[in-house]
Design a protein around this ligand. Sequence first.
Ligand code: ARG
Ligand code: ZN
Length: 474
Amino acid sequence: MKHRAFSRLAVPAAAALIALTTGCTGSTVHGRPGASGLRDPYFPKAGNGGYQVEHYDLDLDYDPADGELNATAVITARAEQGLSSFNLDFSGLRVEEVTVQGAAARYNRSGRELTVRPAEDLEKGEVFRTEVDYRGKPQPLTDPDRSKEGWITTDDGAVGVGEPVGSMAWFPGNHHPSDKATYDITLTVPKGYEAVSNGELASRTDTAEGRTRFSWHSPQPMASYLAVAAVGKFKVTTGRTPSGVALYDAVVPGEAAKSAPALARLPEMVEWGSGRFGPYPFGTAGAIVFPEGSLTYALETQTKPVFSGAPDEKLVLHELAHQWFGDSVSPKSWKDMWLNEGFATYAEWLWSEDRGGTTAQQYFDAFLAGDTDVDPEAASDWAAFPPAAPPGPEEISEAPVYYRGAMVLQRIRQEVGDEKFFALLRGWAADHRYGNASTADFTAYADQKTGRDLKKVWDVWLYGEGRPTARATS
Ligand code: ARG
Ligand code: ZN
């Protein structure tokens, strides 16, 4: 603990009054409250201002029998301004204690915001440690598009997932993709259960209380919406790709046989992606498969995507492609979702093309023509809005973000040719590796990297209203 001339709490009443009116505490540190949201165009209250998280250390003890979670989150962050208070995004559950730099902190909750008031103001640049002890039965959250995220109970366990803002249902944090951090996630569950999270399994120990403790370590930065906690009676298989990426698949027994063909191709897919997009960004890959109907979607949780029921090859490839596009290169805001979904969809087309199947150009033509023989999704309303401008938060996972997003990439390829196009994909993944990027970053990068002015493609395909009709620049 640091020592300062005045502690904020020790200032006499009169001085405190002056401090209030002058905005000065009298201590050597002048803090002000951090913002309660990052003004994301679709989720303005997501994330918080005034600090950036460096590391999350989550210790979650979960009992599937009664759904009770008993947890501690230790958040190491750097103050970006003097802070008299700061917010964490957190939903539900009971907060039992909060400390900052080891000293008890005052806090209050309002909706999904947990405001923490440290005993002493934090200095700009200071790295500080916040510990939150909390417990209760975590709940699902409903997305603007009515799908469920947050904490979902399954047939024989539970899963914590968070795209776009569900992670606040199971741990407090700076829940916006622009604040990436490293993670240690420890899950303690009754013996007989498996517990799976992102990254590598650092240890697995049986406790004296008849429980098993799984410690998972993510050394590369991760956006909080990509964190996963999975509890179930999984069948676990491990392995390694030819180039040495560790594999960890956790599959519920009921889905194991049906999942096997697609999951068997994961090593080949990792190698293929490394050739097309540059080195696989993480040390581990794999999959978590829950019973069908557990979730209404699959999710690209970092290093280990989650599937609801046995995935087919295309879906495994899609979530793997997100590891480059979405997980390593993450969106700056939720408006940039097409940088995730358009790219992952394009990867499906490319995988097919590289295996002698339908080419990306044939997919592109099929969507233009609405040819459902090539892809049933060609009948979707893929032109309903421009991919870089979904009308609202309930639309960020809709068809145009995926399919018209992928068509944008094919349009670039048509303009610049294969050599420049694939150099662009690799360069993009390399340039923003482990970081964040926006649509404007992408268009500027593409123009510069290909040496072409692609403005017409952006105007018509990325930002334009209405249904583009031709493959030329109209
Ligand atoms: N990112 C996921 C995927 O494409 C889909 C998430 C859908 N979420 C939702 N709220 N609709 O793999
Ligand atoms: Zn996706």
